[in-house]
Design a protein around this ligand. Sequence first.
Ligand code: COI
Length: 351
Amino acid sequence: MKIVNVKEKKIKPDFNNLGFGKYFTDYMLVMDYDNGAWSEPCICPNKEFSLDPSTTCLHYGQGIFEGLKAYKDENGTITMFRPTDNIKRMNNSAKRLCMPELDEKTVYEALKELVLLEKDWIPVGGGRSLYIRPTMIGTEPVLGVHASHKYKFFVILSPVGSYYAHGLAPTKIYVENEYVRAPIGGTGEAKCMGNYAASLLAGELANKKGYDQVLWLDAKKRKNIEEVGSMNMFFVFGKTVVTPALCGSILPGITRDSIIKMLRADGYEVQERTVTIDEVVKAAKKGKLTEAFGSGTAAVVSPVGVLSYKGEDIVINDNIMGPITKYAYDKLTGIQNGKVKDDFGWVVKLN
Ligand code: COI
């Protein structure tokens, strides 16, 4: 591994007031792809790099990314949560976007080295962590519409607090009935930049109406619940937990998968199936929708307090976090922080 030292280290931010993705550490990891092969990983100063104005990713959006986290406990033990699953998912996104796959072991080892080098940037406890953002972009300077022949893979690190400014308070979600995020056969299950760009307008409009996020429905009939863009969704009907099945147009969330496995291991019934917005609205009206929550690396487990559909606000569990949501949050964060035994082999110790 090549390491280029930084000349002057940054002043660290106040770890009690981090927000999400605002501060970046001193180093990043970089690999370049040219002539059919990836370069050796290099840990180098996190700073600007230049791209020719004709660069493919700037015109045709050939770009993918991931999000995972590292944690530090009170004893200084540093861990990462399911890193190899993120690398595997990145390779799946790469295949969909016609980009070269990464060697999983090389990236895994390089990630570990980068996180250890930046261990002083990992905040301890309080729902805080070091967010790891691997990204890959097409870098060939050419305007023809075809897959780039050159790529840059980089990983930046950001100490983070909670994703939502209001922390664990329930979110207000706007069910989007006009715009769609991704159709079947599109790029919905890849973590590609275009999916997020396509979501921005609806997100802005929802924010203006006072909602935090948009809940996407299927592109064909606007009936089936898909995801929230930054989160997969779970609905609790009494004792049964239901989450939309991975149908090709939603992201296969690693936190989603962790919650399903955790809940099932503890005896909860979790169904992965089609969930329609009509079913959710009807159940809410009959008092049978007892909880709703979202899951994601950044969002962790976030209770949903209000769903707005066709002009009507549906309040869930009196807009307070319900018991199954709290259970999922406590157990997941407990495993991630080393306070709850990890029976699944998800936590990787780095020191
Ligand atoms: C994540 O949860 O890591 C995400 O990538 C969602 C969002 C911050 C884009």
